[in-house]
Write a protein that binds this ligand. Sequence first.
Ligand code: PLP
Length: 464
Amino acid sequence: MPELIAPPVKETTEVHYPKVLKPLLDPIIENFLQYSPGKLVELVKQHGSPLNLVWPHAFEANAQALQSVLKKHDVDYAIFYGAKANKSQCLLAAAASSGIGTDVSSLFELQAALRAGTTAQHLCATGPAKTTAFHQALVQGGSLICVDSREEFSQLKALFDTTPTTAKARVLLRYRPTSCPASRFGMGADDMFQCLQWLTESRESLHFEGFHFHLGGYGYETRVQAFREVTGFFDAAREMGLDPVMIDIGGGLPMRYVDPQEYDSFLQNDNNPGHYQNRRVPNSFYPYGSSLTACQWLDLFLESEHSPGKTIAGYLKSQHIKLALEPGRSLVDQAAITVFRVTRTKQLADNKFVIFAEGSSFSACETWFSSEYLVDPVLITSKDSRQVPMQAYIAGHSCLDDDVITHRLINFETTPQTGDLLIYANTAGYQMDLLENEFHRHPLPRRLTATCCTEGNYAFTPDY
Ligand SMILES: Cc1ncc(COP(=O)(O)O)c(C=O)c1O
């Protein structure tokens, strides 16, 4: 049989990077966009728009980087991937293959994590409203349960009266740090002491392993303060004859989407009402140009003072305490891109344009965080497109006025045409699928796992 040799594919597409809020790109993804843009056009033809490509190698690199920081400080640790950040199954599998656990907040996340290969003992369950079925599965599998309230404690305890089991519930108590007294999550001092007391009386059914907290915001300093507060309870628990071994500081490690200096320059120079089609500057943004990476954040946390002359790392080691973390967003840094096909570019008043993307703004948004999606898209056009500069905002395909991906007016050096692609980089952290839906009966966006094969070659498989 003669060997069939395919002729080299001539790229008929061109890649245009934005000048402002240019996304930081993982080198493998950058290489893919640069040298195989035609492949993206083909994938969107095959799977529809929007299309999410998920890159587990990026997750594995992030997990490894955090592990290196913890190893450098020689502390005992456990990392639980905050599975709520993304619905991808291959990212759960990346957590399992990276040797880390998963933080699950529902029975369904638990089942997905088990399916991905994480053992039940490496799961940690957070969330304030766990159902009885979720509790049962957690107890049976030997997963950690972060008890959020006295009420949850009683409900968990009651399980043992109704369903005899030989397994014990492994329990962390969730503390409500003094920096957030009005939060509905966790317990204040009185409730913590009550639960500790109950734990001393329930040793046959509940195994107490330590404390947990999670804070909003991205400062490591607030975690240092909360950590110091928790260590007071740690001492009290030991005095009560309990044997805690873990402090879990939750998630909230920052990640960086754009260069910090470029981000500052954007905030100072390109962020006035005139830069937005609705003439409204959002009140707050996710810190897209974070001055710290997740690893630097963790380093600073561990080096911070716990007590006079003792760092947090030093305290953990001297007390034989395991530090647990639940990073969500920062572990999926660079782990997905979202691709929209352009349906139409339409001229509006004042020589402004709107670009309609095929799909809704819920596939690339910070809506939940009351913010604007602040990374500009990479544009892929046909090679024959004429360079006609223009300014446009980007809307989804629905009839809702608020279905807008970017209210900001973006400068394009080449006018996007029907069939061109807009690539949103780094959408894995809550942005690509948290709010996705089938509005207008448009099918849910497909998710493909992108695997790097030989250099410059990639395989794309359904991500279930
Ligand atoms: C209890 C808990 N742990 C971890 C996380 C993950 O946070 P992040 O994605 O900011 O790292 C969250 C997020 O809401 C959370 O509520």
